[in-house]
Design a protein around this ligand. Structure first.
Ligand code: GLC
Length: 625
């Protein structure tokens, strides 16, 4: 089924109603503006910048404001392939106690495919992006073609229908077709998914980029997305019990798999709600991703009949009820256990991690568009509105760190009790880690990892910052500042591939106490400073996306689409990275599809909601009193 063009309501899309009748006729004009603006930006980049190491701003060069371009790209990690580790080269075995070292400048090799595809964009009409394109993978096949082929191998079937994708199909070089994969893993359910290299589960969060790629392709493949949404909704309805304790009704699974029931001689689904995960933590992010993907599906297809189904409305409400219930909270943020999101092992992100708060905000705004006001819907919508306002105020004020704010915190007074307290969480300046002072550029800023009483986690976390930009939780000024930071700290945050999941890595004593000596999360590896292939970026600076994709195209396909990379510069294929990781493959596809066809950006991004109260970013005055 091919999809109709994506339409965007002019201005504030939080006001979009769930019914198509509310769409205004001027929407296509918006799309044309986006496409036009994009073309100018590309032209500017090509006419003004030949050295990929020179940082330029398209806006600066062109004098144009391209705020509405909303360039988002899913960045891919890459590094220089299976060669031996060369110590003494720019990539040194990480041993950097303050985490700020290893500042290597990566010299980008020209990547003709990117140049060509971007130049072509000037001539290519919107919507003409097909399955081809991208760099070659070394065997003459384009990377895009290979990625589509790999994606088709990962499909998981249930009763003859595609319901999701395997997380990874690392067959050690052996090629299997998807039927073989489906059969092999459906009939031998209890194989060790880790030792086989094939992860037979469909992870909810991993499916999101797959679903987006399917929605964004020219001949949109919408059925798999719909099946996935309905199947996971069905699993939400299961009783979720871990030992003698039952989880909340709205909890969505972290993953599910299709197994062959030998007694009943038929395929059945088996879901995990965290009970079999490391640390037995429920995935707080799954429900949010589900709502976000539902909105993308609706935006792309205009098929409102799915989101308006009573069971779909109920599923959304159950997810939201988990998060909006009154309790002991004094903050609008969600209290979480360690390992409840993409970082699904202990990494010191317990409390109020930015990733979950940004996803929460994103899901609230998506649900706001999809919920029908009938029955109890109106009351829920009011609660959502209040929470959106409170949450954005809290995050934009208290999580934001830039040079000025860091200086303010550094001079904070402590033990302030009254309402007039400036240092609201009683953060003791001595708890600011040394590395932040070095890391913080004069230009740029980011949302820190966590804020709770006397505890600010100053680490950079990729997903939270990118989701904050995509969902407009970040103000336009903050979104710009995050991009400034990435440019200013390119060597630290990107190095040889985009992009560090967390920075800096925990080492030594801190690694021991915070991760519990986790051998998988050693410094600069996996979740602890490793580089992962998926990061969404929304900015009017396509040159950043271009540079990132150049890096990707140099390595990712040649390396067999690994899950993640290790090292300060992210040069080495991750120690335990699975190959043919589906989200590495689809992250690349989504990046290319968005960069080649800017209208695809609207499928995942939200426009700014002008009605959300803007915080006054008051700078601390405590030190002047
Ligand atoms: C790892 C990642 C997690 C992902 C899973 C499947 O556990 O940390 O985020 O969902 O692999 O790929």
């Amino acid at each position: 089924m091919s999809r109709p063009p994506v339409l965007e309501i002019a201005g504030d899309d939080s006001q979009q109603k769930t019914s198509p009748y509310n769409l205004t006729p001027t929407e296509t004009e918006n799309l044309e503006t986006v496409a036009e603006a994009w073309k100018h930006v590309i032209r500017d980049v090509f006419s003004t910048r030949t050295d990929p190491n020179i940082h330029t701003n398209a806006e600066d060069n062109s004098g144009r404001t391209v705020d509405n371009v909303n360039i988002k790209t899913t960045l891919q990690s890459c590094s220089n392939g299976g060669g031996p580790a060369i110590y003494g080269d720019s990539e040194v075995v990480p041993n950097n106690s303050n985490g700020g070292g290893g500042k290597t400048t990566s010299v980008l090799k020209p990547s003709p495919s990117v140049g060509i595809s971007l130049e072509n964009l000037l001539e290519v009409p919107i919507g003409s992006s097909g399955k081809n394109g991208g760099a070659e993978n070394g065997s003459g096949m384009s990377m895009m073609d290979e990625a589509w082929e790999q994606l088709s191998r990962s499909y998981v079937y249930f009763k003859g229908q595609r319901v999701g994708t395997l997380a990874a199909i690392d067959t050690g070089g052996e090629t299997l077709n998807y039927n073989q994969v489906a059969q092999q893993y459906a009939v031998t359910p209890y194989i060790s998914c880790f030792s086989s290299g094939v992860r037979i589960q469909v992870f909810v969060r991993d499916f999101v980029p797959c679903g987006l790629a399917c929605l964004m392709k020219t001949d949109a493949d919408v059925d798999i997305v719909k099946n996935f949404l309905l199947k996971t909704l069905h699993l939400q309805g299961w009783e979720k019990r871990i030992d003698n304790f039952t989880l909340g009704e709205g909890v969505m699974p972290a993953s599910f798999k299709v197994i062959q029931d030998p007694d009943r001689q038929k395929e059945v689904l088996q879901a995990d709600f965290g009970g079999t995960a490391i640390g037995r933590v429920a995935p707080v992010d799954s429900g949010f991703w589900w709502i976000i993907l539902l909105r993308s599906y609706t935006k792309c297809t205009h098929d409102y009949s799915l989101s308006e189904l009573p069971e779909v409305q109920r599923g959304m409400k159950l997810i939201l009820n988990l998060c909006l219930s009154d309790g002991f909270d004094t903050f609008p943020t969600l209290l979480c256990a360690d390992g409840c999101s993409m970082i699904d092992r202990r990494m010191g992100i317990y409390g109020y991690p930015i990733e979950i708060q940004a996803l929460f905000f994103f899901a609230l705004r998506c649900a706001r568009q999809l919920l029908k006001p009938e029955h109890d819907g109106k009351e829920l919508i009011e609660r959502i509105d209040k929470r959106i306002t409170a949450l954005s105020y809290h995050i934009q004020n208290y999580y934001w760190l830039d040079f000025t704010q860091l200086n303010n915190i550094y001079r904070y007074k402590t033990e302030e009790y009254s309402h007039t307290a400036v240092n609201k969480f009683n953060v003791i300046p001595e708890s600011i880690p040394d590395w932040v002072f070095e890391f913080m550029p004069l230009r740029g800023g980011y949302f820190i990892g966590n804020v709770s009483p006397a505890r600010m986690d100053f680490r950079w976390f990729l997903v939270g910052n990118c989701i904050a930009i995509l969902s407009c939780l970040a103000t336009p000024a903050q979104a710009t500042a995050v991009m400034d930071l990435i440019e200013e700290r390119w060597a630290d945050l990107i190095g040889e591939m985009p992009l560090k999941i967390a920075y800096p890595a925990l080492e030594g004593h801190q690694w021991r106490i915070v991760t519990g000596c986790d051998p998988k999360n050693t410094r600069w590896s996996y979740h602890n400073g490793g580089s992962w292939p998926a990061a969404s970026i929304k900015t009017g600076r396509p040159q950043i996306a271009k540079r990132a994709i150049e890096l990707v195209e140099q390595r990712l396909a040649k390396d067999g689409w690994p899950e993640y990379y290790d090292g300060i510069s992210g040069r080495y294929i991750g120690k335990q990275a699975r190959k043919y990781q589906t989200w590495s493959i689809t992250g690349y596809l989504v990046a290319k599809l968005m960069i080649e066809n800017p209208s695809n950006l609207l499928i995942i991004s939200l426009e700014e909601d002008k009605k959300i109260a803007k915080p006054k970013l008051t700078r601390s005055a405590s030190w002047t009193c």
